[in-house]
Design a protein around this ligand. Structure first.
Ligand code: ZN
Length: 398
């Protein structure tokens, strides 16, 4: 279905939340839009689709396509020992699945083999079938420290910049730096070692700034561990557990994005392999983090929904809905899930076109009921000139 009038009683588009708007699609492209109080003149019988609510497609800002989200060690090992061809096939299946849930763009944290980068290139050739991947290629980890299974180990800024250049040349959409360790399961508040020195991270960001490429920095503990007051914050902070009080205001003022990955942590409460005392640490940390995220909402931080899918218990697809709903529980308005994603993609992806902008191949999600306080999978998905869901009724077919 390529030529039709889309009328939405309410929704969210590039201009934010709206009421009563129409979009005229020809050849799948939005050629004109306007307010329902002044409808366009169209030939009799021109198909019209009326939907109660529409939004742009969803964005998961933090995934690990190469990792299994299983709690089971055996399943995790099975996935990590797949050969390249099998591993790629597995990711392509995930990308089809993401798309069928309305999640059309994913920011991947990278893997040592560059598998998600390769998948992003395959996906690009068939955008009507696969979700788009923003790959990190090989993330930067410090030699001999946490994260060896995630990326390319370096031992100095010079080595780090070498890997940055290779990643950029290979087609990375952003650079990921694992700047600190991970939260302890035995001591609440212990966020692991500092892995990169502040000046090293600043050097990486300044190199990426020259190419206008965003840097996502995995960081737990006070911001000042990695970013001294003279340092500029990166495009996004990932996780950000145990930030200090003044960090929230600094983050809000910087305009940097924050991907708190609330549910990747809280899902550990369901982990069958954790002992009672570890579960207590998980619960304490979760309460603390939810509180910080709530403060972030109040301060006006730009929060991205990122599931961290692939880490134990964080599922590819479902994880984004869980994370968005966790952010909403912390006080984030549901429209901010879309507006933050929109702002990130507009600011940091090349050739970004607003999914419902004029002159753009339309891409949107439709719901039979207005979204209020919970994000659910959409009832309708339209992009690349066709419905990938069952099509809604039109006045022509009704
Ligand atoms: Zn992650």
């Amino acid at each position: 279905m390529k030529d039709f009038l889309l009328s939405a009683a309410a929704g969210i588009d590039g201009d934010g939340p709206f009421k009563d708007r129409w979009y005229l699609l020809k050849g799948g492209v939005v050629v004109e839009k306007g307010s329902i109080s002044s409808p366009p003149t169209l030939p009799a019988g021109f198909p019209e689709v009326k939907l109660p609510f529409i939004t742009p497609p969803l964005f998961d800002a933090h995934v690990h396509l190469s990792l299994s989200g299983s709690y089971e060690a055996s399943e995790r090992e099975r996935v990590s020992s797949l050969n390249r061809e099998e591993g790629l096939l597995r990711i392509m299946e995930l990308l089809e699945r993401y798309r069928s849930m309305g999640i059309m763009t994913l920011r991947d944290g990278g893997d040592p083999a560059g598998l998600a980068l390769e998948a992003s290139k395959v996906a690009e050739r068939e955008p009507g079938r696969y979700a788009k991947v923003l790959p990190s290629a090989r993330p930067l980890v410090m030699k001999g420290r946490y994260g060896g299974f995630l990326g390319e180990a370096v031992a100095s800024l010079k080595e780090a910049l070498g890997v940055v250049d290779e990643n950029l040349l290979g087609g990375a959409a952003q650079i990921k730096v694992i700047a600190t360790g991970i939260n302890s399961l035995t001591r609440a508040g212990d966020c692991g070692d500092l892995l990169f020195f502040p000046d090293e991270v600043a050097g990486i960001i300044s190199r990426c700034d020259q190419e206008n490429v965003p840097v996502m920095v995995h960081l737990n503990g006070p911001l000042s561990r990695v970013f001294l007051s003279k340092h500029k914050l990166p495009a996004s902070i990932e996780h950000g557990f145990y930030l200090e009080g003044e960090d929230i205001a600094r983050l809000a003022a910087s305009g940097s994005f924050w991907t708190p990955t609330l549910t990747a942590w809280s899902t550990l409460l369901e982990h069958p392999g954790l002992t009672e005392d570890k579960l207590e640490v998980v619960a304490l940390t979760d309460v603390e983090h939810s509180f910080e995220v709530g403060e972030g909402v109040g301060a006006g931080c730009r929060l991205l929904a990122g599931s961290d899918a692939g880490t134990p218990g964080a599922l590819h697809g479902e994880g984004l809905f869980a994370e968005a709903n966790a952010l909403i529980k912390c006080g984030a308005p549901i429209e901010s899930i879309f507006s933050a994603a929109y702002a990130y993609l507009k600011g940091w992806t090349q050739n970004y076109r607003s999914p419902l902008g004029e002159g753009v191949s339309a891409s949107f999600l439709g719901w039979n009921e207005p979204l209020s306080n919970e994000l659910k999978p959409p009832d309708y998905i339209y992009s690349n000139s066709s419905w990938s869901s069952a099509p809604p009724a039109t006045n022509a077919s009704a």
